[in-house]
Design a protein around this ligand. Structure first.
Ligand SMILES: Cc1cc2nc3c(=O)[nH]c(=O)nc-3n(C[C@H](O)[C@H](O)[C@H](O)COP(=O)(O)OP(=O)(O)OC[C@H]3O[C@@H](n4cnc5c(N)ncnc54)[C@H](O)[C@@H]3O)c2cc1C
Length: 453
């Protein structure tokens, strides 16, 4: 019997991963991938490409752990084509009371927390070695909680000397998301999966699904038994074409990357997050000017925490990436980037609080600095939507917020298993639309920290 045919809308990392696991795990290779553009060209091209298993809820810990297992398998099978490293996430704060964060770690890790949380309060701690970690196979799982300032100064000499606690999430780091996509596409090509360029304009149901697309050669209708909505920021638009309202919204987030010619950031530094809110380091004159402009006054006041910085391009590289997902304004997704020309200065000054050596770039960011951004497509509770969507044979894999690169493998695997009617992991119902019927789960999620990065 011929296997069912499938149209996947979207060749970002999520659509590609769904097709990859549908073909690889379930032998369903009659797949057509549709996108208006080249693969990995939209949100997936803008990713910071970081991964972690740090979440306040066990289901998301299990989901991202599974994704990391699958990333590791691909790294091993491909001679690490995806440039996976394991430098971890270093969460830095000037606070000594970390009860709330530690409670969150306990919530996420459950019974394993006792085993996985390691405390370092002595100035000499031979057990805490953050920098031997480009070899991802050798790094311990779990979390190192460092509260000795001498030890912090020794291991992170570039950080603000006021930092009193580091929470170092060890199962984390970065990968090349583009290479991950290309690795999967190579496989899909080898098993005969087709790719069509065109913008989806309409979907009708008639013996399965008929998808009308428009491209430079005109319009065309493609048919399939099954359909996957992996349209990223436009997933709600695709769902509407099938009469389904998805509970998602979009916020635009930005990053900068530049060549660190002054060597401000050590090449071995983990993905470093300043957890503390701050007032940006403007001069008094600049702050007064901002205060007097209603449009900019917010920049003179308190800003949220979670500004982040990391070296990019490996030990021999020179670039650094800075990001700050402070924008909470919901907006209708557009194909064009909504860049704020002030963002580079804002993020640089914000990041210089944790990494004071970055001050050397005030007013002189290199000309080849790259300023970019994309949409975080998310649900209120910041969990993804993976599973059946509306009519039989229709599926969604979307709402990947700021974690779609790290989650792609597990999301693709889960969506593919759902399509094939195969056994699914325990976290499956919680990540599907079924969660909205679970009042207790929804109440817990709404009360919890959303973990937006
Ligand atoms: C600034 C920024 C930093 C980020 N950093 C990280 C990070 O460090 N780690 C991490 O894990 N994640 C990160 N993310 C999140 C991650 O990039 C996304 O979650 C992920 O790329 C989403 O992939 P996707 O395939 O769902 O969407 P997309 O990559 O947007 O793919 C959707 C595709 O659907 C196509 N499409 C949509 N509508 C139509 C239509 N009507 N017809 C035809 N084609 C259509 C689009 O052209 C697009 O190619 C970041 C995101 C941003 C914006």
């Amino acid at each position: 019997m011929r296997s069912a045919s499938t149209i996947v809308i979207g060749t970002g990392i999520i659509g590609i991963a769904t097709a990859y696991y549908l073909a690889k795990n379930h032998g369903q290779t009659r797949i057509t991938l549709i996108d208006r553009d080249q693969p990995m060209a939209f949100t997936s091209a803008q990713s910071g490409e970081n991964y972690r298993n740090w979440w306040p809820q066990p289901a998301m810990v299990a989901f991202t752990n599974r994704s990391t297992d699958l990333l590791e398998k691909i790294a091993r099978d491909s001679g690490n084509r995806i440039n996976m490293n394991r430098r971890g996430y270093a969460l830095a704060t000037r606070e000594t009371n970390t009860d709330e964060l530690v409670a969150q770690l306990h919530d996420g890790l459950g019974e394993s927390a006792e085993k996985l949380l390691r405390y370092h309060s002595e100035s000499r701690s031979d057990t805490y070695a953050p920098f031997d970690s480009s070899d991802w196979e050798g790094v311990p799982d779990g979390v190192d909680i460092v509260q000795n300032q001498a030890l912090i100064r020794d291991r992170f000499p570039g950080y603000d000397p006021e930092i009193r606690t580091i929470i170092h999430i060890r199962r984390g780091g970065d990968i090349s998301g583009q290479q991950l996509g290309m690795y999967m596409l190579d496989y899909l090509k080898s098993v005969g999966v087709k790719r069509v360029v065109g913008e989806v304009r309409n979907i009708t149901q008639q013996d399965g699904f008929r998808v009308e697309i428009a491209n430079s050669s005109g319009t065309e209708t493609l048919a399939a038994d099954q359909l996957v909505n992996a349209a990223g920021p436009f997933a709600d638009k695709i769902a509407k074409m099938m009469g389904v309202d998805l509970p998602v919204y979009n916020t635009f987030q930005q990053k900068i990357a530049f060549e660190d010619r002054k060597g401000a950031i050590p090449r071995t530094m983990p993905f470093s997050i300043d957890l503390d809110g701050q007032k940006i380091d403007w001069s008094d004159e600049e702050r007064d000017m901002l205060r007097n402009e209603p449009e900019f006054a917010w920049l003179a006041g308190m800003m949220p925490g979670a500004i982040h910085c990391r070296p990019d391009g490996g030990d021999a590289g020179k670039w650094v990436k800075l990001g700050w997902a402070y924008n909470e304004t919901r907006a209708k997704a557009t194909w064009e980037q909504q860049l704020d020309e002030n963002f580079p200065d804002i993020v640089l000054r914000g990041a210089a609080r944790l990494n004071p050596a970055l001050k050397a770039y005030y007013g002189q960011l290199p000309r080849n600095m790259h300023h970019y951004g994309g949409w975080y497509t998310m649900t209120e509770e910041n969990w993804p939507l993976i599973g059946q969507m509306g009519p039989e044979g229709a599926f969604m894999n979307c709402a990947m917020s700021g974690f779609g690169t790290m989650a792609a493998c597990a999301a693709g695997e889960l969506c593919a298993a759902t399509i094939a009617g195969a056994e699914c992991p325990d976290y499956a119902p919680g990540l599907s639309l079924a969660r909205y019927d679970d009042a207790a789960l929804m109440a817990a999620l709404r009360a919890a920290n959303k973990g937006v990065l």
